[in-house]
Design a protein around this ligand. Structure first.
Ligand code: RB5
Length: 154
């Protein structure tokens, strides 16, 4: 029996209008969506939701993470502060594919103000369905080594 893959999902207020569409799309693809917010009204701060999703991914509670803000940039900057996370802003289908295949990214970050909802959904699908290519492992190991450094004096 195939187990259902869980996806950690978070947005800020910039994605309020598309977040339910994206969640439903993920559910239709067969994923279980763990929604970490933002589910309120008004404005919020994207690092709060980036941190929740990033922790869930880093703790291996989910298969991968999806973060959406206005551009994807703030979410990726915040999520990448958490050890074990490789969060990538994907601005088209190719970058969504390559973030998974070459960079072993475990969180995809997207912009609600820089893409249509269908573009966002399609990029997420590509990202989630593209396997990592082992020939890129050496570079990913080097990223892990950087994480282990207490402070970088370069
Ligand atoms: C919020 O207005 C906006 O700054 C945020 O959604 C995001 O685009 C930051 O990177």
């Amino acid at each position: 029996m195939e187990t259902v893959k869980r996806i950690a999902f978070g947005t800020d207020h910039a994605a309020i209008e598309i977040r339910e569409n994206v969640k439903n799309y993920l559910k239709d693809l067969g994923y279980e969506v763990i929604d970490f917010g933002f589910c309120g009204n008004g404005n919020c701060d994207y690092p709060d939701y980036a941190l929740k999703v990033a922790k869930s991914v880093a703790n291996n509670e989910v298969y991968k993470g999806v973060l959406i803000c206005g551009t994807g940039i703030g979410m990726s900057i915040a999520a990448n502060k958490v050890k074990g996370v490789i969060a990538a802003v994907c601005w088209d289908e190719d970058t969504a594919r390559l973030a998974a295949r070459h960079n072993c990214a475990n969180i995809v970050c997207l912009g609600s103000r820089t893409a249509t909802v269908s573009q966002v959904c399609h990029r997420i699908k590509i990202f989630l369905e593209t396997p990592f290519k082992e020939r890129h492992s050496r570079r990913i190991e080097k990223i892990k080594q950087i994480e282990k450094m207490e402070s970088c004096t370069c």
